[in-house]
Design a protein around this ligand. Sequence first.
Ligand SMILES: NC(=O)c1ccc[n+]([C@@H]2O[C@H](COP(=O)([O-])OP(=O)(O)OC[C@H]3O[C@@H](n4cnc5c(N)ncnc54)[C@H](O)[C@@H]3O)[C@@H](O)[C@H]2O)c1
Length: 497
Amino acid sequence: MVNTAESSSATAFTSAPLTGKAAEDARESAARESVAPLTGARTKARIALIGTGGRSEMYIRAIFGKHADTAELVAFSDVNPGRVEFYQKLIQELGAPAPVASFAPADLTAFIQANNIDRVVVTTPDYTHADYIVEALKAGADVVVEKPLTIDAEGCRRITKAVGETGRNVVVTFNYRYSPRNSALKEIIQSGVIGKVTSIDFSWVLDTVHGADYFRRWHREKKNSGGLLIHKASHHFDLVNWWLNDVPERVFASGGLKFYGDKNAAERGLGPRPERGTPDAGSPGIGDKTAEKDPFALDLREDERLKALFLDNEHYDGYRRDQDVFTGGITIEDNLALVVEYQGGPRLSYSLNAHSPWEGYRVAVNGTEGRAELEVVERAAVLNSTDQKTVMDPSATPVEEEDAIRRNGERLVVQRHWEQAYEVPIINGEGGHGGGDELLLSDLFNGPGEDPLGRPSGYLDGIRSVSVGIAGNRSLESSLPVRIEDLDLGVDLRRGA
Ligand SMILES: NC(=O)c1ccc[n+]([C@@H]2O[C@H](COP(=O)([O-])OP(=O)(O)OC[C@H]3O[C@@H](n4cnc5c(N)ncnc54)[C@H](O)[C@@H]3O)[C@@H](O)[C@H]2O)c1
């Protein structure tokens, strides 16, 4: 395979002001060699996708659309045959001449070997990633995996070992890096205009639609998702690691479940509630149009796609995508605060709240010569309107809701010491995440080419990002700071090590 990433990363990091060590950067490029284009000796890479749920659609549309010339989807796999069928229908609509093959997840190795699969795209729940990555690598395929790479230290060790033994590639698709606003902040930091970074203040708020959704699904149990510190914040920690071109060293975390869950509901005087948002067919319930609208109830019948993917296929696996957010059994946190120390010296103070009335984030980067501030409002208000289709993730699908005080939008402001502030323009493209998803897919299917920002990410970036969440989870348990080197992740995470 042609590895254009190596040369691109070398170019990218030579000019990075925070390291400035060419030798280290070259070695870092080598670590990134897992970011290779999907094109190989054959004209099209042969791809198998495992996990045909919500996220897989982006990859499937890309393969049958813009990237049909470099990639071929050979097969789908999922524990739920109904969801495989859903995508068989979708690809017909996208113009596929025939259905693609499907195979049972337990037959992954045999399928890869019998069908010359080049890459496996893994879009299953987080706790399954390590198993499928290791199996695919050992069977002779490269891997494209959704974030998070894995949820625990054991997963990191197993993936590292499998990469070492097979020499194969793992790409972690950190699409947030590709959002033009996040890339713009990277450019500012990398340019040196604010000097050497000393600290970052980063707070992310998920609203009562998108935030609540993590408490309805498999994510609500830590054993499945690693909690929001892994599942959600691995995006955010990856951004910080990448913005700083640095490696996290020590983490102190504090947090808890303060809003969702049965105990919090009882404390706030909420009475007994149905276990799920979709009422039984024909009976009135919390999702019934005639009943007063319960803003926390998700009635799967009201969203054609959710109904077809999940409600209509419950009879296969019993999975309920609409569990009530105020029931018991939730083992993840909804309020989190962390302090993270970086090897190069900067400190990160980070917070995550999952029941905010608006959604977005604020990042302030303090440097020796000034400060950069990025403010993003993805949904300015959650209004309890009955006639609007709910958009779960406003970063993927722009929404209209806003008010006179808070507007949807983004602003990057830079101010150097002794100078006036100025705004840095952010140029967005078409599609999710300000056009970032399209850029990511292009890198993935055509090869990253020359990227001065070093956005393509390999398994080491994946481990660096989850290392903060894994340490954070340990810190939550012990109430003590945790050193990342004590996690025994099976790899030296230092850049250039
Ligand atoms: N980068 C992003 O912005 C982004 C957005 C959404 C999801 N994701 C990631 O994508 C992954 C999938 O999330 P999703 O929202 O599509 O979840 P989902 O629940 O919609 O889909 C998961 C699919 O995996 C299947 N599955 C469950 N266990 C399986 C197993 N053991 N083997 C094979 N298939 C199995 C389920 O039946 C389901 O079809 C997660 O890791 C998530 O973190 C990333």
